[in-house]
Write a protein that binds this ligand. Structure first.
Ligand SMILES: Cc1ncc(COP(=O)(O)O)c(C=O)c1O
Length: 401
């Protein structure tokens, strides 16, 4: 009898973590490596948030918390949804978990039965299909096109819906493309969903605050209030407040779903870390001054990277609306050969050769379900980004076609 669970056959390890690992190994060998694979802001958590955590420790906020979170944080989340998204979620309709990832997992765990389908637009965040599979559901991957700026069209969504569809998983701004849907683009999708009452909407708004220019963020239940009863709105403090290590994510949704997630969490992790919850209260209720500052900084970096990548031979890089990723195509380089004689047949060959030859670590697009592309995270200093893009230009220029 097999010792390991059969469900493990359905999942694969995270490709983004594998790239970071390879980059670390090269660094340990003394190579000069620039890592552009990470999905986290490169700066520290703001001081007022850290201070709130220090005070929580001093006050003795060190005990188990209620499973769904401390009342102060659920209140702050309820206010945040009203203030920023125009959504009415009472505190009891919210839940706090150990990171956004945990919220997503619990929502799937609470709802998926074998055979249930989850529509996931590609390219997707690597964890989505794996979580669905682990929870016994069937991921239904729907590819988007670079010509459509990696956004799902209403027609493609309509075609993907079957009687078995349970969830439509929506992520804007997107990891890995940075693409964000305008109000009108999202409305075209919610119009489709309005015709299919059995389909629920899971929206991952983790990059809400990272949008550039005059782009305005929109979320499904705000764009189509009639979907409120079958939407779970997921968010967290990781990306907006540079708090990836604190592990706080949250959601607002229909009471019956939140209660089911509470029950699962009660037999699993219980409440999230008490100290991190108090820090998150300050993140949501305290000054939001650094959000526009960060946004301006990331926007400058995006423009730098897009411009430099588009000057590299064979690369085509769209300028995304948000997050801190770009997703350039390397289609023009497939079939070329490196100076060392290696043939570039896939985007994975491209990123491997780039890492070996120039010491720049990015993640191949096929890991996110759509290639030939790569994801570059620009959450690092201007100087390193400039150096990395110069190396990418040199590498592309050195390929023989
Ligand atoms: C799209 C998306 N959703 C959710 C998460 C998970 O966030 P957390 O660190 O809060 O678990 C990430 C993190 O990379 C992400 O990119």
């Amino acid at each position: 009898m097999a010792f390991l669970a059969a469900s493990l056959d359905r999942v694969k390890p995270s490709a983004t973590i594998a790239v970071s690992q390879k980059a670390r190994e090269l660094k340990a060998q003394g190579r000069d490596v620039i890592g552009l694979g990470a999905g986290e802001p490169d700066f520290d958590t703001p001081d007022n948030i850290k201070q709130a955590a220090v005070e929580a420790i001093a006050r003795g906020e060190t005990k188990y918390t209620p499973i769904s979170g401390i009342p102060q944080l659920r209140e702050a989340i309820s206010k945040k949804f009203k203030r920023e998204n125009g959504l009415d979620y009472k505190p009891e309709q919210t839940i706090v978990s150990t990171g956004g990832k945990h919220v997503l997992f619990n929502a799937f765990m609470a709802t998926l039965n074998p055979g249930d389908e989850v529509i996931i637009p590609a390219p997707y965040w690597v964890s989505y299909p794996e979580m669905v599979s682990l929870c016994g559901g069937t991921p239904v991957v729907v590819e988007t096109r670079q010509e459509d700026n990696f956004k799902l069209t209403a027609e493609a969504l309509e075609r993907a819906i079957t009687p078995k569809t349970k969830w439509f998983l929506f992520n804007s701004p997107s990891n890995p493309t940075g693409a964000a849907y305008t109000h009108a683009e999202l409305k075209s999708l919610t119009d489709v969903l309005m015709r299919h009452e059995h389909v629920w909407v899971m929206t991952d708004d983790m990059y809400e605050h990272l949008v550039y220019g005059d782009f305005t963020f929109a979320t499904p239940a705000q764009v189509e209030p009639a979907l409120y009863e079958r939407t779970i709105t997921i968010n967290g403090v990781s990306k907006a407040y540079a708090m990836t290590g604190w592990r706080i994510g949250y959601a607002g949704g229909p009471l019956k779903l939140i209660k089911a997630m509470d029950m699962i969490q009660g037999q699993q992790t219980s409440g999230a870390c008490s100290i991190a919850q108090w820090a998150a209260v300050e993140a949501l209720n305290g000054t939001q001054d650094f959000i526009p500052k960060n946004r301006a900084m990331f926007e400058k970096r995006r423009d730098l990277v897009v411009s430099m990548l588009n000057q590299a031979t064979g690369i085509e890089c769209p300028s995304p609306e948000g997050a801190f990723y770009v997703y350039p195509s390397v289609k023009g380089l497939i079939g070329s050969t490196t100076e060392g004689g290696k043939r570039i047949e896939t985007d994975e060959d491209f990123v491997t050769a780039l890492l070996e030859q120039e010491g720049v670590a990015v993640v191949h697009g096929t890991a996110f379900g759509l290639g030939p592309n790569f994801r570059l995270s620009y959450a690092t200093s201007d100087a390193l980004l400039e150096e990395a893009c110069t190396r990418i230009q040199r590498f592309c220029g050195s390929l023989k076609r």
